[in-house]
Design a binder for this molecule. Sequence first.
Ligand code: CTP
Length: 438
Amino acid sequence: MRVTVGVSGGIAAYKAAELVRALQRQGAEVHVVMTEAAQRFVQPLTFAALTGHKVITSLWEDAGAGDENGIEHIAEAQWADVLAVAPATANILAKFAHGIADDFLSTLYLATKAPLIVAPAMNVNMWNHAATQANVDILRQRGVHIVEPGTGELACGMVGEGRMAEPEAIAATLLAVLGRSHDLAGEVVLVTAGGTREALDPVRFIGNRSSGKMGYALAEAARSRGARVIMVSAPVSLHAPAQCEMVRVTTAEEMRRAVLERMPQATLVIKAAAVADYRPVAVSAQKLKRTGPMTLELTATDDILAEVVRRRRPGQLIVGFAAETENRMENGRAKLLAKGADAIVVNDVGGEGVGIDADTNAATFLTQATAVELPQMPKRELADRILDEILALRRPRPVVVELDEQPEPRPRGTDAARDSELSESVALGSRRRQLIVE
Ligand code: CTP
């Protein structure tokens, strides 16, 4: 595990030394990059002594000294498995968000394909400023992992949010991110997102309030974990996720056709779209005029998720969503059974700060055997947690086998080897053994 720790200029820079130590305890080889401001708080020598490597402090530092200049950021960018910036100041977050590359650390960020973790630390007003929050949002949407700052007494004397997270928490996030970094390589993930629209006339439609944020977050998360992603999107006002194959549709029927056409390529289908359940029987060719009371005749659309399940091939995983405003679990479980998906992500769309159009969400990942509660968190983080649960479906579940056994001497040699393949073996009385086979 090769980690580049970026240190930018804040009081919390001294805590980066603890982060380096925590990572080394996990067996990581660590390089440190410091901004100019960081060196006002801590000497590079501290990190050089801890890591046994030269600390990189400038794009140009060695220009006069030999050949290590100009392209060192490229070598570092390729070396790192992960880049962790702690503390991350408002300035470095802004540079990352806008692609400004005017020092080693910001240049390294553009040059590397390694995942990025940032642990912001700053004054509470700077942290809460709309500009900083907008930059953090941009980074989050891009798949950067934000280790949120804590609340407490700040170096400036104020009390509030802005304290850098503890080094152990940053190290734990880093390990989780690395564990996920390519765990979807080889998967082809088909994601649907947004709310479909059913035309009434040339200017009006029946739609819903889905923003598409959850589906887009899932596409981004799957992409950054190494999957090929096909996104079938109903109209939304979001930027297309990077490096995903985009298929734009408007109506439920267009979405159905786009999904069915592409589903043979997919190993995993995630149906996060809010699909219209009804469409008008007739679409007026001209704009409808106001002529007093009006009754619309609607007809049901096809249930795409149910059709995807009917057409699935062996090994394909299918996950649906259930947007509920009441009896969440009961309705979610009924949908899981009715639609035959491997899992349903049940979310409450009536609550504060969750569901439709919100930036955060909470959900229950429901399968026939389990219900995993995923508490309220940013949608991008929730996307990773949902993908973790989906991947767990691919792992075989332990099988419990009970064997009758003749009393015999303790196994040796090959028997012992066989036993080592069994995760657990419990003697039950003298003649029965229970083997839990992973
Ligand atoms: N879905 C679908 N095609 C439809 C309607 C829904 O594929 N015509 C999918 C959604 O993408 C979602 C799941 O079915 O993954 C559940 O959607 P939801 O709107 O919660 O449920 P419905 O099946 O529409 O049931 P109801 O509206 O009665 O709750």
